[in-house]
Design a protein around this ligand. Structure first.
Ligand SMILES: [Zn+2]
Length: 274
């Protein structure tokens, strides 16, 4: 998929039931001798077997899987983790599943996380976890030498959803800035090709969100009072109306952001310009 990945970084894109137009999740394999497998994601046996065949080839060369690392709790990132742990166990390798405590909490009914990873912890020689909430509360990126495994902070294909049920636009913007401040060159997203020019890309993501916030504020101004769903056609005129409910969740994140900054207020389901 990628012409040039950094040293000690490889990827197995696995087919997943993810948000269209994306069709796959990138399972990143970090390391040379000791390996960390990030987001073993597929719920489907053929894809899980394909990922394991890749890892088996490495085990046969004397490499060792040290951990399975989850960037966040979404099903299109975690669905192959237990299966992969079982496959490794059957071959005599006991490998823990790692995630942020907030991710572990959200997964507690379905997937036991073995080791909790906090912001700033090293998960592999030269690879540090960075807490980047916004898309998901327990979202972690992995920062290496000039690169970041970015999870769902950015996307090589499709868009990032900030669902107010579990996400937060202010947190997301802060996390984008945090990644920018770390100064990576290359972003390795969970969906689609890797993204060089990280600073420009992250800046574009920030600018896009600020632009949407302005558009949504302007739409409220025009409508007087409106629900998020009523704002959708004004802000996303090109969108298939069947997707307005999904758009409305995005819009609500922006409305909550406006509210927090004193630029919108809510009465029941309806929003007004403040
Ligand atoms: Zn996600």
């Amino acid at each position: 998929m990628d012409a040039a990945l950094p040293e000690r970084v490889s990827v197995v894109p696995v087919r997943t039931p993810t948000l269209p137009p994306a069709t796959h999740t990138n399972t990143w394999i970090l390391g040379a001798g000791d390996l960390v497998v990030v987001d073993p994601a597929s719920p489907w046996d053929d894809e899980r077997a394909r990922l394991y065949a890749e890892l088996r080839a490495r085990l046969d060369r004397g490499q060792r899987v040290r951990s399975l690392f989850l960037t966040h709790h979404h099903h299109d990132h975690v669905s192959g983790a237990l299966d992969l742990r079982e496959r490794l166990r059957a071959d005599g390798h006991e490998v823990p599943i790692l995630a942020h405590p907030l991710t572990a909490d959200l997964l507690r009914r379905t997937l036991p996380v073995d080791v909790l990873v906090q912001d700033g912890e090293t998960v592999l020689d030269g690879v540090v976890a960075v807490h980047t909430p916004g898309h998901a509360p327990g979202h972690l990126c992995l920062v290496g030498d000039g690169w970041v495994v970015a999870g769902d902070m950015v996307a090589g294909v499709g868009t990032i959803v900030i669902d107010p049920a579990e996400g937060d636009l202010q947190d997301y913007l802060d996390s984008l800035q945090r990644l920018r401040d770390l100064g990576p060159e290359l972003l390795l997203p969970a969906h689609g090709p890797s993204l060089p020019g990280a600073d420009v890309v992250l800046g574009m993501y920030q600018a896009h969100r600020h632009q949407r916030t302005v558009q949504i504020g302007d739409a409220l101004e025009r409508l007087g009072a409106a629900t998020a769903l009523e704002v959708a056609p004004l802000v996303y005129p090109e969108l298939d109306p069947a997707l307005y409910p999904l758009a409305a969740t995005q819009i609500t994140s922006h409305l909550l952001f406006l509210e927090r900054h004193g630029r919108a207020r809510r009465e029941g389901e309806r929003w007004h310009r403040a």
